[in-house]
Ligand binder design. Structure first.
Ligand SMILES: Cc1ncc(C[n+]2csc(CCOP(=O)(O)OP(=O)(O)O)c2C)c(N)n1
Ligand SMILES: [Mg+2]
Length: 310
């Protein structure tokens, strides 16, 4: 299957208030084509909400419910249970809608983490999408648990002092039926993962890397280029897992097996204004080497983790 063969269904209408080059809109278009018309989405405060417009003129074509951060797990889990009850009582017929969350990294890694963890452990029946733009973007670019080390944000004005946490792995360790990471630069890999998740019952987590031209400060036309470089440098890893078992995918697998050399890190970081202070620093080479070391270490760690449970 090729991208041109995907459904013509659109989850977003023209005229959204999102920035030009917004990765969230690109991601939602692809996942919509995989999830189809029979789906209900929950959104926590984020760019995806700030740009959706006001009722009755919102840009989404799926039923979209705005919920608070802490309740993302409980809301989607509760909706899935309520649907089950309606089917049991004979009040609904036909195929059960897919319930999904569309939540940022701030909502997933930080503010909604506790509720999400509880929901994953209960194995509630929905897909949680984390669209990870590595910052609290809609509120003006504050740091999150997904912001990389040395990146400038308004709350890390000299560069973030620590790196990001491995949130998808934390979700995998809840041992749910499905966890995956994906990239906008590999849309058919993303599509395949969403379609796979759609046909599984229970808690599913898919995290999509979302280079954000506004917060990261690179040209708006380069969203996909930055997405691809993130994967090719090893800064973003592609993998999927079921019940704790983990498999590396695509370029990430080639990097881990040494079949492919990582792309030069500077090609990825230099065009991003959020690293401008690091590139001006006399310690630039030391910092770049440290990031490279951490990328390599993470890849080795994930490759090792993949071998542990087969
Ligand atoms: C409990 C709570 N804390 C803080 C806020 C303010 N707030 C709104 S959106 C947001 C950041 C969201 O970041 P993320 O989930 O990464 O989405 P993005 O803006 O990057 O799309 C914050 C802190 C809020 N609405 N509710
Ligand atoms: Mg964010």
């Amino acid at each position: 299957m090729k991208i041109k063969d995907l459904s013509t269904l659109e989850y977003i209408t023209p005229g959204t208030g999102a920035c030009a080059g917004c990765p969230s809109t690109i991601g939602l278009r692809i996942i919509g084509k995989a999830l189809g018309e029979n789906a209900i989405g929950f959104l926590t405060p984020s760019c995806a909400v700030a740009s959706m417009g006001l009722t009755p003129q919102t840009c989404y074509t799926f039923p979209a419910l705005n919920i608070c951060f802490a309740s993302a797990g409980a809301s989607a889990g509760g909706a899935a249970m309520a649907l089950d009850a309606l089917y049991r009582k004979g009040k609904l017929q036909g195929e059960k809608p897919v319930v999904f969350n569309w939540v940022g990294d701030g909502g997933t890694y930080d503010i909604g983490f506790q509720g999400l963890s509880g929901s994953a452990e209960r194995n509630d029946d929905y897909i949680h999408f984390c669209y990870n733009n590595e910052a609290y973007s809609n509120t003006g670019n504050q740091r999150s648990g997904a912001t990389p080390q040395f990146a400038l944000t308004t709350t890390s004005p000299t560069g973030k002092e620590i790196g990001q946490k491995n949130m998808p792995l934390l979700m995998l360790e809840h041992r749910p039926p499905y966890v995956a990471t994906a990239s906008l630069a590999y849309p058919m890999d993303l599509y395949r993962k969403v379609e796979k998740a759609k046909n599984i019952t229970g808690f599913r987590y898919i995290e999509i890397h979302m280079p954000c031209c506004t917060s990261w400060r690179f040209p708006a036309a380069d969203t996909i280029k930055m997405s691809k470089l993130a994967v090719r440098t090893g800064a973003w890893l592609l993998w999927e897992g079921e019940y704790g078992k983990l498999t590396l995918n695509g370029v990430t697998a080639s990097l881990a097996e040494g079949r492919r050399k990582p792309a030069p890190l500077e090609n990825y970081l230099k065009p991003q204004g959020r690293f401008s202070t690091m590139f001006k620093s006399p310690d630039k080479d030391k910092h770049l080497a440290f990031i490279e070391y951490n990328i390599h270490r993470e890849l080795e760690f994930m490759a090792g983790r993949a071998k542990l449970l087969k």
